[in-house]
Ligand binder design. Sequence first.
Ligand code: PEP
Ligand code: MN
Length: 454
Amino acid sequence: MHDPTPTSVPALADLHALGAAQQPSYPDQAAVDAAVTRLRSFPPLVFAGECDELKEKLAAVSRGEAFLLQGGDCAETFAGVTADNIRNKLRVLLQMAVVLTYAASVPVVKLGRFAGQYAKPRSSDLETRTLPGQGEVTLPAYRGDAVNGYEFTPESRIPDPQRLVEVYHASAATLNLVRAFTTGGYADLRQVHAWNTDFVLSSAVGRRYEAVANEIDRALTFMQAIGADPDEFHRVEMHSSHEALVLEYEHAMTRIDSRTQLPYDVSSHFLWIGERTRQLDGAHVELLSRVRNPIGVKLGPTTTADDAIALAAKLSPDNEPGRLTFITRMGAQKIHDLLPPLVEKVKAAGVQVAWVCDPMHGNTYEASSGYKTRRFDDVITEVQGFFDVHRSLGTWPGGVHMELTGDDVTECVGGGEELAEIDLSERYESVCDPRLNRVQSLELAFLVAEMLRK
Ligand code: PEP
Ligand code: MN
């Protein structure tokens, strides 16, 4: 196969030769080649210059001068590309960001887990369900809308490379709406604060956070009284991110920037490598080591300090601040034991990195009803542990990475509304991991705000 690839990025075939975990087994290589050719012809979804701007902001995070809020669905779906869904997600992120900005007294970098988050790593290649009249049926696991269909039928579960082309269009539509919303007045600070006030006043859960909301109100009123009305009150900068998983897609979207002659993965501003694909000599680490975007790596409980230092050497050889973010996901019970030695040794090695907490993926369990869920309290406990550890080591707890939605779903238990396991079936919509719903997300923002102020 001929790869018209940038000179400093390996050919797709060479990447595959390194060994790539979690890839689809496509039945028809000609169809894969056709989809990749099509993707290579499409314009970039983001500009290299925008990726550089985000890198600057993440450099501030690594210096302790900014805080990162990264959030969105575990898995976006094509059916979820609707104005309502995107607007609700954006709204809750903006609401959270205002609360965090006030509490942190530093800029909050806003990074959506959207416009490309369509491919999922799975712990098993197969999924077994008991179907009425058919008994136990085993099919290939759902790997995200980028790969196959969620519907539990043999046809739907066959990987189809044409879906990668659809990922591009779905991402383009999402980004377009996000850009329109964030620059077109929807993100006006007073408006966002009014939504927060509404949350605080209209619910029992919200009332607990009335004091902070009132403080923000006074700050805004003061700004208004002195006639301050900066441009920043009327627009926000929102960036996009997703897990770089399917090599065909990420490779096809990697282009040479005409300005700098350097390769960027122009499918998203920020890409991360998942816990299951961070093999030092594997294809994902190799590809992301070549692109100039700011990048992240998930670090789970088995990560040694040597692993993290070796990843940093490979992914960020220039040790440029903002280039590399470590997203730790240890679990609420383990973080106090596992995070300190990791942070200490990485710090001692002089690695420039932004430390971010993913309090979701170490805290998943199966409810007795069979739903995958997470306890709100475990999520908060892990974030608190993250703050405790970084504070005791003198490093900056740089941000949070959340699976959330702006809708009133019932996927995680607990929180002020005291969602119980029995409630999960009411509105469980995630096709992969459970997300915090709108109220739980806002609560989390207020609780993290308290941690930031201490
Ligand atoms: C995810 O972010 O949805 C995910 C699969 O995370 P991890 O790679 O940390 O397991
Ligand atoms: Mn997930």
